[in-house]
Design a protein around this ligand. Structure first.
Ligand code: GLA
Length: 388
């Protein structure tokens, strides 16, 4: 076995401070999130990483060139915070940037990559989100991700490398080879339906660029935010309905995106918890084979719109995960011909369907299943092949 154990086999699950808190972060908040992970069932459901995003450091490095945590926000220091999180059986994530500065103007890791990686290892960090702002123009992003990847792989600690270049510069062509375990493929999510829809649609034809050890990251979840961000760009004027949040979670789950919660879980309501903790959806997302999903467009052909489609994931145990998505503004019947799954009538198999949201057994179907799906909603089923 190599000096590092395997990271990134399946998409990461965790929480990130940015969507709700942006600059308004401190160690008390992070500790409380860690506490809730344990007491509210997030840890048990598989959520693991607690990640501090931008705005955690001072604006200047120290005399030795080291990053310095802001003593007002993190008076006990990062090592103590990491110990606290590890004490709960969880993992600790932090944030930096390929450029001279982070997106919010704090020091970035450019030309400090190896020093910073060692520092993170010393603090006990397990995950690094690595952003793309203030990148010097004369150097390619590809090279800078390779640099940090090497630095992390040789810093003496297992640190999951989460690249965040928003899908720029042909990232699909080089990110896996660079060593990153996941990569942001889109611009920043906002807490509204249009943003969710736009991000998901933009990656439907990129499912061949996701899989074990390098997952396509559709950005942190906005489930449960209801417009409650201190950053106007993300959501003060936004917010979604629970149905929309549920569809958002289903899209991210089926498309194999990392599931990084972005709401304030300390005040999450039951609807939010039911979405984020749904074991069937999580099992699809965390399927050990981590295959991308394929899209089927429903019949009739003339009724085609990009906003109504099925996503199918081939699961390790031979089941299929099938999502019927209606992102359009009106109710739609979405008709699935099993032929399109590779299951002709002559196979002798039918499909036994279970509703992943409700756990309800929907029955055994042959050749065709055509649910009616309300606007902005989805039905996700786990389909088992049964002999007729
Ligand atoms: C970029 C990233 C966001 C967040 C901010 C922090 O916009 O895409 O996810 O990390 O920077 O400044």
């Amino acid at each position: 076995m190599s000096k590092q154990s395997l990271l990134g086999l399946v998409p990461s699950m965790g929480w990130n401070s940015w969507n709700t808190f942006t600059w308004d972060i401190n160690e008390q908040l992070i500790r409380e999130v860690a506490d809730r992970f344990v007491t509210e069932g997030y840890k048990e459901a598989g959520y693991e990483y607690i990640v501090i995003d931008d705005c955690w450091s001072l604006k200047q490095r120290d005399a030795e060139g080291r990053l310095v945590p802001d003593p007002e926000k993190f008076p006990s220091g990062m090592k103590t915070l990491a110990d606290y999180i590890h004490g709960k059986g969880l993992k600790f994530g932090m944030y930096s940037c390929v450029g001279t500065h982070t997106c919010a103007g704090y020091p970035g890791s450019f030309e400090h990559e190896f020093q910073d990686a060692e520092q993170l290892a010393e603090w006990g960090v397990d995950f690094l989100k690595y952003d793309y702002c203030f990148k010097p123009r004369h150097i390619s992003g590809e090279l800078l991700y390779k640099r940090m990847s090497l630095a992390l792989k040789n810093c003496g600690r297992n640190i999951l490398f989460s690249a965040c270049n928003w899908g720029e510069d042909g990232v699909y062509q080089w990110i896996r080879e660079s060593g990153a375990h996941m990569y942001r493929s889109t611009g920043d999510i906002q807490d509204n339906w249009d943003s969710i829809k736009k991000l998901a649609l933009s990656q439907l034809d990129k499912q061949c660029y996701t899989g074990s050890f390098c997952h396509n990251d559709l950005d942190m979840l906005v489930v449960g935010m209801y417009g409650g961000s201190n950053n106007d760009f993300i959501g003060r004027i936004g917010g979604c309905s629970d149905v929309e949040y549920r569809t958002h979670f289903a899209l991210w789950s089926l498309m194999g995106s990392p599931l990084m919660i972005g709401c304030d879980i300390r005040s999450a309501n039951q609807a939010t918890k039911d979405i984020l903790l749904n074991p069937n959806l999580i099992a699809i997302n965390q399927d050990p084979e981590s295959r991308g999903a394929y899209r089927i467009k429903p019949e009739p052909q003339w009724f085609h719109t990009d906003e109504v489609f099925m996503l199918v994931r081939v699961l390790a145990d031979g089941d299929l995960a099938i999502g019927f998505f209606n992102l359009s503004d009106g109710q739609r019947e979405i008709s699935l011909q099993f032929w399109d799954l590779g299951l002709p009538f002559a196979s002798g198999f039918s499909l036994s369907l279970k509703d992943c949201w409700t756990n309800e057994e929907l029955g055994v179907y042959t050749e065709r299943f055509a649910p009616t799906v309300p606007a902005h909603d989805c039905l996700v089923v786990r389909a088992k092949l049964v002999r007729r």
